[in-house]
Write a protein that binds this ligand. Structure first.
Ligand code: PMP
Length: 330
């Protein structure tokens, strides 16, 4: 019989699928690595497992321990899965602007969620950071993964994501494209791919317009989970050969096309990365192989980028205007 003893043991070994519709007119092969096949539906399961393994090895987390992290998203889900496998208590600190579905998901996994006000400065003791630091100090046996500084995050991608891509492309990959949040994915995966290929794989960073990485003016944007206004310790900029700057409108339009044309219901950062991958692939010959990483599932975005009213309300176009029910032929 072939079975896992726990769902948290099924992290990694996500598949590659060829993009065949949005790539029309492009000669190079474009392959998407679908990270929503992880048990928590995102690439963050990889770092969660590695960070917790390392904390146990280093004696920072043990029986009866508690994991405390400021996160409202994918990292929380990954940590929750591994924590419940190993019997740890989970406390996630979430800014109140993220109330709703994401918090409901964390609670569904049995986590405790502490809400913090969004409209206070980061150094205020009531802030997201202030509260998580205090809880990590006050709860006995607490461990704070600190995903923006913990090097076991990028290391997870060096040890798993990179080798999987090299193996599944038989070493034929020529370009790797990924978005950058903590930078863990692109830094760890690219370091492996550069080493194993002797520097032959070109690395393209996909960055939202307004984020710090691609060097333009910093301003707010709506794509979630990517881009930053500071340089995290988990990002190694030396691995990136080139950046592609992508705006919200292009990211969301491509994300919706991935669902409708490729059957890939993914998040907005996936559309962002695919725009960067297609810009790259357009210039390449038929033998080249571009791998683009799609970080998470689209179910968490149904009331946002997949909702026509939300799109129009935020000034974005939709493919077809919403049809009023009473104008449909009966
Ligand atoms: N996309 C989404 C939806 C994410 O949640 C994240 C993680 N913040 C990323 C992309 C970027 O991954 P990384 O932190 O490894 O750079």
């Amino acid at each position: 019989m072939r079975y896992a003893s726990h769902v948290a043991d099924l992290v990694g070994n996500t598949p590659l699928v060829r993009l065949g519709s949005v790539t029309r007119g492009i000669e190079a092969t474009v392959l998407a690595k679908i990270e929503y096949f992880n048990p928590g539906s995102s690439a963050k399961d990889r770092i969660a497992r590695n960070i917790i393994d390392a904390a146990e090895r280093d004696g920072l987390l043990g029986p009866g321990g508690t994991i405390v992290e400021p996160t409202s998203g994918n990292t929380g889900v990954g940590l929750a899965l591994v924590a419940l496998q190993r019997g740890y208590r989970m406390v996630f600190v979430v800014p109140d602007k993220f109330a709703g579905e994401k918090v409901a998901v964390l609670k569904a996994y049995g986590a405790e969620v502490v809400m913090t006000p969004t409209n206070v400065p980061p150094d205020d003791p009531r802030s997201y950071y202030g509260v998580s630091d205090r809880l990590a100090r006050e709860i006995p046996g607490a461990f704070k993964p600190n995903q923006f500084a913990n090097q076991n995050g990028p290391r997870a991608h060096y040890e798993t994501t990179g080798p999987e891509i090299w193996r599944d492309t038989d070493g034929m990959i020529t370009h790797f494209v990924a978005s950058i949040g903590t930078g863990g994915t692109i830094s760890g995966t690219s370091r492996y791919l550069k080493e194993v290929s002797g520097g032959a794989v070109t690395i393209v960073g996909a960055d939202p317009q307004g984020s710090i990485y691609s060097g333009g003016p910093i301003h707010s944007y709506l794509v979630e989970g990517v881009g930053e206004d500071f340089m995290p310790a988990t990002f190694d900029p030396s691995v990136v050969d080139r950046y592609e700057m992508v705006d919200d409108a292009e990211s969301f339009a491509m994300t919706r096309r991935l669902a409708r044309e490729e059957g890939l219901l993914v998040g907005g950062s996936s559309g962002l990365a695919v725009v960067a991958a297609l810009r790259t692939a357009r210039e390449l010959p038929a033998g080249d192989v571009v791998v683009v990483l799609l970080p998470d599932h689209g179910r968490g975005y149904l009331s946002k980028l997949y909702d026509d009213e939300w799109m129009l309300g935020n000034g974005f176009d939709v493919e077809t205007a919403p049809v009023a029910a009473d104008s449909l032929p009966s």
